[in-house]
Design a protein around this ligand. Sequence first.
Ligand code: FUL
Length: 486
Amino acid sequence: MKLPEFKLNLLIPIIFLYTSCNSTKSVAPPSPVLPVPTDEQLAWHEMEMNAFIHFTTNTFTDLEWGYGDEKESIFNPTDLNTDQWISTLKNAGMKGVILTCKHHDGFCLWPSAYTEHSIKNSPYKNGKGDIVKEVSESTKKYGLKFGVYLSPWDRNHKDYGKPEYITYYRNQLKELFTGYGPIFEMWFDGANGGDGYYGGKREVRQIDRKTYYDWPTTLEMVRQIQPQVLFFSDAGPDIRWVGNEQGLAGETNWNTITPDTLYPGKADIGNLLSTGSENGTRWIPAEVDVSIRPGWFYHQKEDSLVKSPERLFEIYLTSVGRGSVLLLNVPPDRRGLIHENDVKSLVGFKHLRDSVFADNLAKNAAIEADNVRGKSKTYAAKNLIDGDKNTYWATDDNTKTASFVIDLKDPKQVTYIVLQEYIKLGQRVKSFAVEAWKNNQWQQIAQGTTIGYKKILKIDPIETQKIKVTIRDSKACPVLSNVEIF
Ligand code: FUL
């Protein structure tokens, strides 16, 4: 049917008006705020919790730092079962495991071709054992990622401090990176130099931490073998140390930092590492390494000092809850098993998280923001509660202050609020506040600085129907992917 002329004239402006108001019209996404994480770093953030495993001759000598003169014959776990380690850690919620393949004492948990100071000269499996292989296979079996720690400092090796040792160290890295499948993280310890056995010399050897290891060449060599690996050290280049071993990320925690003047082992950088820098030039997020026991290695005298589930939960809040990844050390005992007390704490820790985070009150709530990018549905506040990490709420480019309100429909008791930025587009938020609707007015219940990958706020329990989150300042328009309320 042919429309009469006058109707067509009317229709064109109506169509135009309709499309310009339609909330699904395409609006360009926010430009990233540089630097942004790589795909590997992003996957690492999403792991949230990994386990560290410290195991070597120290387990049998009751030391924390072996001198390097320990006899291989003392390394003799009688009942070693890496499936028990990894299944315990998986049940606790860990997504990856990093094993001390060689600690400062120089003893190798795999039969390295480059030294006699290894498992091959121990009674374990009559010298035929390879614990690096056993752990890597158990991680495969249980679906965890595998990472390695290879101490740069070696108190056993005769050449430590000389150029020959760097060749030795690189040869060992080649063994680890070619023989044990994909490695997600490589841990370079900052503790370096000092006294040791050093092939019988028993002396003090100091190295220049800035230059001795020639890290760029070593890292390039490893990258040639496994390009996906993330390097951890005090200074990155992919993951930085958080600057303490107490389980504490900074309340302000930027994933960005400027590494120019940083190097592994540099003194007095703890505070800087725990907070990062707002205008840091590189994405080098902090990892929080802490032990479930006072020491990093197993000591029977610490059996009663295993951190309680409640303490582990506090650590969870100050690490994962401050936008970091937790690396929780769980050291096997002399049998070669994770001790019953540690297992019990890990089970309790998991139960605690499961019960606290069982019922996300935001899931079925109503949500509205005072600014939505281009008024487009693509960036609506609803994206914050849709359970999809790939959708986000964003504001207009010139808007650095904005709020959203979550209406729980009925008054509910609120104790935890979880916020997440969409860090693929960079870390942005500098300051925020949270209010609850109480006695017909807004009452501030929390405030903070950075959010990053995740922020978990614990507040004094409050009965409320509405929660308002205000981004008070941001490097550019805020982009948040998730909010949860418990
Ligand atoms: C430190 C080391 O000296 C400790 O023994 C432990 O391995 C810890 C994770 O890093 O620098």
